[in-house]
Write a protein that binds this ligand. Sequence first.
Ligand SMILES: N[C@@H](CCC[C@H](N)C(=O)O)C(=O)O
Length: 257
Amino acid sequence: MNFFKYQGTGNDFILIDDRDGQFPATDQAYVERLCHRRFGIGADGLILLQNDPDYDFKMVYFNADGAEGSMCGNGGRCIVRFAHDLGLFERETRFLAVDGEHTAVVLGDDISLKMTNVTGIGDRDGLTFLNTGSPHVVQFIDDLESFDVVAEGRAIRYSSTFQPGGTNANFAQVIDDHTVFVRTYERGVEDETYSCGTGVTAVALVAHQQLTMPDPVSIQTIGGNLRVSFSPESDGRFTAIHLIGPAKRVYEGVLTI
Ligand SMILES: N[C@@H](CCC[C@H](N)C(=O)O)C(=O)O
């Protein structure tokens, strides 16, 4: 079976064309092994591209721990690039993911991915929490460079407040009036990743609501730059949310494990 490796701002994924349904998707240990950075290919997650009768394709996303995850924004941009490379559409696509329908547009090196609407930004035991397709806590920090993202993120991820599912944790530092630097501890990877698409989307919406940062918000991550555009609604919801940034094929190979 062939595999492809893609990355979106350093969030890296194994992509598999599973339109024949042959991949052993229920074998969690196998997916985990493929994602392992010593014994496998190495990736933050694995994504299957499957057929769906009503859409261009269906995205099935697994975290590096082998369990099926909630929505992955960078993975969403990567599978759009993959589908484009496979010739499944020309410029605009419509696909199904775990959180419902997404549309996306190829803009040269960038993919603009429409994210699910956000119902609101809440408070959970003093922490800012929202769901952008995946659950996210957002905290603003003064010196993010030297902040211990893994220790602090893990404490939030496993805190009783967010059990049983847990949450992703994002730490953000304001760079200027429209730019934020973001570092994320990802649930399911159980480590800091170079970038998290649903996480930076969450940070952009919180930066708008709490710091009046205007649309679009520019995001810096360890793995590169992204933009998030959105429409704030009068009832606290956000619609027309787009995550925009590069997504690239890195290499392809044949599975031998
Ligand atoms: N890297 C992802 C986030 C994936 C979801 C997450 N790890 C979870 O299941 O909680 C992104 O780019 O959004």
